[in-house]
Structures are given as structure tokens and as C-alpha cells.
Design a protein around this ligand. Structure first.
Ligand code: UD2
Length: 375
């Protein structure tokens, strides 16, 4: 009990007065009067004391509330300053709601990444600590140089924006590589490759030139490496959730309504890309791939060597390098599978399970952009 000094002195004075009356045998009327006054003083003191308690507890509550509001505001400010300004701590870890409408894990128990299954701020902050060097290999041969501007400009807005990124542009026409304003820590390296008479040469050639160039140069310059089609635009954030030893993207055309037996794998046993009916988990696109440099190296070298073997036997797999890629991924399982959010297409309507389109393949006039036309 914390009675004020003033209250205590008033009470003790009243008690003293009462005792005096009692000792001096003052007439009973005066005695009752003084008792009444003492009672009043006591009640008043009690009242003031209880008011103090209420005020004190109220002010403690206000302070707590204020702290909570400040904490919330800090979180809001931090959310606004996401990406490289992020300083997350154990207090502001959020728990993603997860998804129940789609499968978020593969049969071999690696993540299948969808919007809603990770916290973009936290995951970027975790990987940012190691400040990885990211390489992106893109081929722009012949008319495909026309896609570079859109790819690079939107990549600068959405692709691993606070990370160190080098775009390796393989092209037969260096002059057509546009000058794009790049963010801090980001650059373009142009690598010459021969022109092609057939588009098939280019798509197979990606595996060959990627293998050669990793050996010659990129191995010393990147930790993570991506391989992407150039005829696409980034529409939404792609961040560190895409990182793993080997990350592959589900092809939008076959991720939910296609029986495994109907996947467009190479079904001719003569091809090195052959996958028998009854095997295979998913059908992956060759248009977006990523992983540790050495894992991507093993993959591109495998696809290059296998397609060379096919070529010696005058075989071209049904979906070119994508067929060999699917064969490789059947026996070398991806350590992360990315949903078709990571490559959708302007040709197709966006279904309800695709909450975010991160990259979308552009519609193109095949006859116009490919050296030998064709679909
Ligand atoms: C599909 C695949 C693609 C590849 C191809 C093989 C998707 C979204 N894409 O795309 O990854 O497996 O089939 O058939 O599933 N390129 C040039 N110059 C050319 C031709 C191609 O630079 O003359 C490059 C360019 O980076 C392009 C990529 O190769 O983005 C793939 O070629 P495509 O886009 O013509 O192949 P497409 O649309 O059939």
C-alpha cells in the first residue's frame, strides 16, 4: 500500500485527536462529532487511494498498448521496406497460411512452391545474408533479340531485385542488345554464338553453349545459375524461394489435368530421351530452370551429350532439349519444384489455383521470329 505522506499525517492527527477526547473525557457529543470527522477523513483517504490504484493500472495498460502499436508500426514500416532493407527478427516472423487447394510437397518430399507457402520478406532476408552471385543465361539468336528489352526491363523490376545478378546474353547480334538501366550489383555480359538456320539448332545449342561457357567463364562468377526463355515477361516478384540445388518448373500444360501416361515425354526407345509409359512424376518446362552452378552444369552437359548421341543416330527428340531435360529430372530429382506461377503463358487463361503469374511467355508469330518458321 502506498498511502501519500499527506494522507498518513491527516489520519494520524485525527487518531491523536480522538485519543485526546477519550483521555480528557470530553462530553459525548464532541466525541461523536470528532469520530464522525475521523471517519470522513478515513473515507476520503481511502477513496483517493483507490483512485490512485485505478489511475496507475490504467497508465500501465496505456503504455503496453502504446508499445504494441509501435511494434505494429515498425512491422508495417519494415514490410514497406522489404527487400534489401529488411531486418527481420524472431519477433516479426510470420507464419504463411499455406495452401490446401494444391499439392505443396512432392512424392520425394521436396517443396512444391506456390504463392502462400512462404514469406517473401523472410526468405529473401535469409538468402541475402550469403549475398549469392546469380547468373541468368538467356539466348537471343536471330529475331529473338527483339524480346530482350521487355525481358530485361521487367526482370529488373521483379527478378531477385536485391540480389547480385548477371544476365549472360548469348546472341549472334551484339548490336541488338538494348541498353537497359540496371540496378546496383547487376550487369549484362554478352556472349557471341553462331546464327542458326533452324530454331531447333538454337534450342539444342543452348545446352551446348551453356556447358562450354560455364566451363570457360561462368563457373568463377556465379553461385546460382538460371536458364530462361527470352520470349517472356516478368509480371510479379521472383525471389529466393526459387533457390535450391536444382529447381524445376511444372509445365503449365500438364500440371493437373493430364494423366502421367499422356505426358509428352519422348516415347521412342531409340532416343536417349526415352521415358517408358508408367515412369515419370511431372512434366517440366525447359523455359525456366535454376540451381547451384554445378548442378545446372551437370544438367546442361547431360542434355548436350545425350542430344549429340541422338544426333549421331539422326534422332531429334520430340520436344528437343526439353525431352532430355525431363529424362534427366526423372532420375536426378529436383530439390525444389516450382509451380506454373513461375512460367505461365499469354496463350492461356489464368486458372484459380494460379494466384500470381510471375513470368509469362509472350504470344509470338512463330513464322516471323523463327528462321525456319514452324510451330
Ligand atoms: C518451348 C519451350 C522451350 C524449348 C522449346 C523446344 C516453353 C514455354 N518453352 O518453347 O523452352 O524447350 O519449346 O521446342 O515450354 N531461341 C532463339 N532463337 C531462335 C529460337 C529460339 O534465341 O530462333 C531461344 C529463345 O531464347 C527462346 C528459346 O530459345 O526463348 C526457346 O525457343 P522458343 O521460344 O521458340 O520455343 P517454344 O516457344 O516452342
Amino acid at each position: 500500500m502506498h498511502l501519500s505522506i499527506q494522507s498518513l499525517s491527516v489520519i494520524s492527527a485525527a487518531v491523536k485527536g480522538l485519543r485526546m477526547c477519550f483521555l480528557l473525557r470530553i462530553p459525548s457529543k464532541a466525541y461523536y462529532f470528532i469520530s464522525f470527522i475521523v471517519l470522513l477523513i478515513f473515507l476520503r483517504t481511502f477513496y483517493r487511494y483507490s483512485q490512485d490504484i485505478i489511475r496507475n493500472s490504467a497508465s500501465t495498460m496505456c503504455f503496453d498498448d502504446m508499445e504494441l502499436t509501435m511494434e505494429k508500426q515498425t512491422n508495417v514500416v519494415e514490410a514497406k521496406h522489404r527487400s534489401n532493407k529488411v531486418s527481420w527478427s524472431i519477433e516479426n516472423l510470420s507464419i504463411p497460411n499455406g495452401r490446401t487447394d494444391v499439392n505443396c510437397v512432392t512424392n520425394w518430399n521436396v517443396p512444391l512452391v506456390w504463392e502462400g507457402t512462404f514469406d517473401p520478406i523472410v526468405i529473401d532476408a535469409i538468402y541475402k545474408k550469403t549475398n549469392p552471385r546469380v547468373g541468368v543465361m538467356i539466348f537471343a539468336v536471330g529475331k529473338y533479340t527483339g524480346f530482350l528489352k521487355g525481358f530485361l526491363e521487367t526482370g529488373e523490376k521483379h527478378f531477385l531485385t536485391d540480389f547480385r545478378v548477371t544476365y549472360y546474353i548469348f546472341t549472334d547480334n551484339e548490336k541488338e542488345v538494348p541498353a537497359i538501366a540496371l540496378g546496383k550489383g547487376r550487369k549484362i555480359t554478352v556472349l557471341p554464338v553462331p546464327s542458326a538456320k533452324r530454331w531447333q539448332e538454337v534450342v539444342f545449342g543452348r545446352m551446348k553453349w551453356a556447358t562450354i561457357t560455364i566451363d570457360k567463364q561462368i563457373r568463377n562468377e556465379a553461385d546460382y545459375l538460371f536458364l530462361m526463355d527470352v520470349d517472356s515477361l516478368f509480371h510479379n516478384r521472383i525471389g529466393a524461394e526459387s533457390f535450391s540445388r536444382l529447381s524445376a518448373v511444372l509445365h503449365r500444360g500438364y500440371y493437373k489435368n493430364t494423366e502421367r501416361a499422356n505426358f509428352p515425354y519422348e516415347r521412342h526407345p531409340e532416343s536417349r530421351a526415352y521415358i517408358p509409359v508408367g515412369e515419370g512424376d511431372y512434366y517440366y518446362t525447359a523455359a525456366v530452370l535454376g540451381g547451384y552452378l554445378e548442378d545446372i552444369y551437370n544438367l546442361v552437359r547431360y542434355c548436350y551429350e545425350q542430344s549429340e548421341e541422338d544426333s549421331k543416330n539422326k534422332i531429334e527428340a520430340v520436344w528437343q532439349e526439353e525431352s532430355h531435360l525431363n529424362k534427366y529430372l526423372l532420375y536426378n530429382k529436383p530439390t525444389k519444384v516450382l509451380s506454373p506461377e513461375y512460367l505461365w503463358s499469354d496463350y492461356d487463361a489464368v486458372p484459380a489455383d494460379i494466384k500470381v503469374v510471375r513470368i509469362s511467355q509472350l504470344k509470338k508469330n512463330y513464322a516471323e521470329v523463327r528462321p525456319n518458321g514452324g510451330h
